[in-house]
Design a protein around this ligand. Sequence first.
Ligand code: KG4
Ligand code: ZN
Length: 344
Amino acid sequence: MSVSAASLPSVPPGPVRVLGIDTSCDDTGVGIVELLPDGRVNLLANRVWSQTVHARYGGVMPELASREHVERIDEVMGDALREAGLTVSDIDAVAATSGPGLVGALLVGLMYGKGLAQALNVPFHAAHHLEGHIFAAASEAELRAPFLALVVSGGHTHLFDVPRDGEYVLVGATMDDAAGEAFDKIARLAGLGYPGGPAISEAATRGNPDAVPFKEPLQGQKTFNFSFSGLKTAALLAHRAGAAPEDLAASFQQAAVKVLVKTTTRAAHAHGRGTVVVSGGVAANTALREAFRATDLNVVFPGRGLNTDNGAMIALAGAAAIRAGRPASPLDGGATAYAPLANA
Ligand code: KG4
Ligand code: ZN
């Protein structure tokens, strides 16, 4: 049965409490935000269950991820409601990630969210995972276009220009590995553990960033793309030549940060954007944050706990959709593994 837009419930006037769900990969996330009539948003709760079952396989096992989402989602939602001091009947709208991600994993949160919205008779908003990552920064500053957005996570390295609210133009992307993936692979190579980002960042504090020379990827390019495979190969060669893990970590981090900041800054200047959102798991990196703060740009990062996958970022994206007057999503939409955000 298809649901017509006219039959969808609308949000009530006054503060709107939006519950957001993300189960796109191996984190079960539920967050709650409050959208005020003046357009500001308050973060009320952010609870994430990070699955550990995959550690022994060295990568995410999709079927295990889906099953664990099913087992945990009720508990995570209960924790989020308690953190917010609310009961489920206080929720005015529900948002859940519909893609991109692992389809089986996405379906758990998506179906849960739709069921919840239907039971409460409130609007449901299907959210894009990357729009969620971008709107994670709305916890720190009001996000209004135009701005540029760099999403750097374990699965994505995308640079979007956002000329108008809700409009995304892809201006650059990785040509091989995602930035977080490179952190993870080099950490594994150097025996620093998983996830690699925090491990590299910690080891780097004890290493010499100039010990291993890394050649800047795509030097001289006119586009705004990224490449991390050359850094990975250079790291492998340095490791085989006996580089200390700490030196490798410090040198790789310096090279990765430099190229991310340089290309993003160039893109911001080329597009005339003074504000840049930097989000996704790698945005938690202290060296990256410091390097971006040293630029002439107004750089906005997500608040604590909102860099890696979570439900609050989906609640924030849902709140932005409601604020922009976007219609609620029909309840018969599906989950999509591959879903480009850019509409140009
Ligand atoms: O956004 P996220 O939770 O998952 C995806 O949607 O992919 O990002 C996870 C990625 C991992 O690759 C992890 O190593 C990286 O973010 N990461 C970091 C840091 N914390 C997490 N990378 C660099 N520095 C960090 N402090
Ligand atoms: Zn993510």
